[in-house]
Structures are given as C-alpha cells and as structure tokens.
Design a binder for this molecule. Structure first.
Ligand SMILES: C[S@@+](CC[C@H](N)C(=O)[O-])C[C@H]1O[C@@H](n2cnc3c(N)ncnc32)[C@H](O)[C@@H]1O
Ligand code: SF4
Length: 359
C-alpha cells in the first residue's frame, strides 16, 4: 500500500441542488449560475500547476455534487492533467442527477469509476436524512452505472439515522449486495457542528445502535465477498479505491477548486472556501491558497501509523502498545490489525500508538 510513484488529484465541485441538513461540506445550493466559470477557473488553476505535476495516477471529482458537471466540463478539466495511462478517475454522483446518456458521456470523457451517494435504499430513512431521492431512484441509477462499463463503482451508505431500524439497514445492505456493487463505503451518521441536524438533539444517532449496524455491515458485506480494507470501506478483489489508498498511505496529492486540500512531504495547504472568492483570485491571476501547515517528522510518523491502523494492513506490532487491547487487535505475521470490535473503537485504539514511535 506504499505511496510509491502514485500521485493524486482532487477536484472539488461546490454545487448541490439541495443542501442535506446533516452535511457540513463546502457546497452551496444557490450558486449553479457559477458552474461554467468555475470549471474554467479550475482549468486555469490546473494549467498553472501542470508543468510541475508528476504523472497523475488517480483523480477524484468530489463535492458537493460533481454529477452536476456536464461530460464536456469533465473533459475540459481532465485535458489539463498529465494523466498516467492507467489512471483511476472517480466521480461522485447523486442518484437523481444521472441517466444512461450522462453516464455514457462521463465514460467517454475519461471517468473510470463512479461513486454513487445512495446513503440508504429505504424511503423513510432517506426522508429522515433529508435526501431528495428515493430507494427506487438509487436502484435505477446503480443499474445504469453497472451497465455503462466503468472499471469499478461504489455505493456510499450512511447508517444510524434516527428511525432507521436494524431491519431497514439490513435491507439497504442486502440491496447493495443484490446490485452487485463492487465497492461499498458505509459511514455512521456524524453530527457536524453548525448543521440543522446538530440543532435537533432528538435526531442524534445512538452509539450502540451504530455499533450493531457496523457489525451487521461486516456480516452482510463480508459474507458476500466484499472484504473490509479500511474501517469504513469494503471491496471485491481488485476494486479497492486507489485514490483512497493514496490518502491512507500519506501519499502526495494536489487539490484544485475552492476548499480543496493538497499534500506534499508533510506540507499541507488548502484553497479559499467559497467559489466566489476562488474565482476572484484565479481570475486575477493570484494563488487560491488560503493557508497551510507543516507536520514535523515525528508527527507525520504517528499520523501515518494511525491511518494504517484503520486499514487491513495494520501496523508493525512494535508500534502499538497492545496491553489491555485484547479482542480489539490481533496479530497477523509481525503486525497488529484491528478486529471487528477494534474497528468500532479505531480512534481510541489509535491513541495507543506508542510514545516510542514518536521518537
Ligand atoms: C460530501 S458527500 C458528496 C457526495 C454526494 N453529494 C452525496 O451526498 O451523495 C460524500 C459522502 O459523504 C458522506 N457524508 C456526508 N456527510 C456525512 C455525515 N454527516 N455523516 C456521515 N456521512 C456523511 C455520505 O455518504 C456522502 O455520500
Ligand atoms: S450530502 Fe451530498 S448532496 Fe447533500 S448537501 Fe452534502 S454534498 Fe450536497
């Protein structure tokens, strides 16, 4: 899983038709009129950086709702990048925004992997999550994705919404298996400060309920041949997301667009948050970078181990103080990996990355 010669590009698309009330991402539901100029701005930012970029082995169009981009927008952005021949190029789609024609256009434009924001297949759960699609729309969209011939695709799911029964979650997981999704990301609903969800304590998810649902996810997805390769990610053999692997191995990547983050050798920086500010800076020929930070070598090492611990690879046994972690970690060769119970407490276990590893 080493970074090797991998280099990733992240393109942020800060537009949505509707803002879901649990979401804290940098996205707006009233700026669609900026879409064309935004894509041109991103291409301009890419053109300035391109001469210094190594071959790009993965691209991720994230949002927001990248499926609001027309295939021609995607083509314009990708044409500016020095793509490696076998690059993985992912694009996040909201189910209600895509059809067969648009997907075929994305494929021709160079997209190799679709990530579909399904969240659930149960209508009542989707309503409670404030989503603007229903379960039937997810099924239609997933079938269209599967039949377009992308190299891979993913279903994003959220569990632990108030009102979601264990049986609802089982139906969603069974649906993902029936649709033959080769990759599934499943996230416990997180209450993000400042969102409408956070303002309503009666909708706060329950830890025990989320734990039960995580165990069920492992049972159903694992049982169907999707192996857990990171705490929140399952994939069939050959379908792991290269772009995610790059993040988890502290690889190098460059972000384009507003609010996009970049990383190179422990130095991290990020662009201004709003599309207006971004366009003003890029339009004036100035840098869109808002700020940055540098992680020193010991800090990088600890962060690297904490990220690795969340993956199937685990960490060298000597780097984790395993005393008192019975049942949470298990040995594999000379390494320690999280058990299913340990994955539920991954953050707590990560705190046990030994002090010695900091020196
Ligand atoms: C930022 S969204 C972009 C994709 C697309 N717009 C969508 O919502 O389907 C990426 C993924 O993050 C996850 N996500 C966003 N907010 C979350 C939250 N508060 N708790 C858990 N997962 C969340 C969802 O699974 C979502 O598919
Ligand atoms: S969850 Fe997705 S669709 Fe909803 S507001 Fe956030 S980015 Fe947009």
């Amino acid at each position: 899983m080493g970074a090797g010669a991998s280099f990733g590009v992240y393109v942020h698309v800060p537009f949505c038709r509707h803002r879901c009330d649990y979401c804290a991402f940098a996205t707006w539901d009233d700026r669609g009129h900026l879409l064309d100029s935004y894509v041109e701005g991103v291409r301009q930012e890419i053109d300035e950086a391109a001469p210094d970029l190594p071959p790009v082995t993965s691209v991720f169009f994230g949002g927001g709702t990248p499926s609001l981009l027309a295939p021609a927008h995607v083509e314009l952005v990708l044409a500016g990048l020095p793509l490696a021949g076998d690059a993985e190029v992912s694009l996040e789609c909201n189910p209600e925004t895509i059809d067969a024609a648009r997907l075929a256009g994305y494929r021709l434009a160079g997209i190799t992997r679709i990530s579909l924001g399904a969240q659930s297949l149960v209508d009542a759960v989707l309503m409670s999550l404030d989503r603007s699609h229903d379960g039937a729309t997810v099924v239609r969209a997933a079938r269209a994705v599967a039949s377009t011939g992308f190299a891979s695709w993913n279903l994003d799911l959220i569990y632990g919404t108030v009102g979601e029964s264990l049986d609802d979650w089982r139906r969603t997981l069974a649906g993902a298996v029936e649709l033959e999704a080769p990759h599934v990301s499943a996230y416990g609903l997180t209450v993000e400060p400042g969102t409408p969800l956070a303002a309503d304590p009666s909708r706060a998810p329950d830890d025990d309920d989320q734990a039960d649902k995580y165990v069920l996810a492992e049972e159903v997805l694992g049982g169907a041949g999707l192996a857990s390769y990171e705490v929140s990610n399952w994939a069939r053999p050959g379908h792991q997301c290269r772009h995610n692997l790059l993040y988890w191995s502290q690889g190098h990547y460059r972000g384009f667009g507003c609010a996009a983050h970049s990383h190179q050798d422990g130095r991290r920086w990020w662009n201004v948050r709003t599309p207006e500010r971004y366009l003003a800076l890029v339009g004036a020929g100035e840098s869109a970078v808002a700020a940055g930070e540098h992680l020193d070598e010991p800090g990088r090492r600890v962060e690297g181990l904490q990220l690795l611990l969340r993956t199937e690879r685990g960490v060298p046994a000597s780097d984790l103080d395993a005393e008192g972690l019975a049942g949470l970690v298990e040995p594999r060769d000379d390494r320690l990996v999280l058990t299913v119970a340990g994955r539920l407490l991954a953050n707590e276990v990560a705190l046990r990355i030994t002090d010695e590893s900091r020196s």
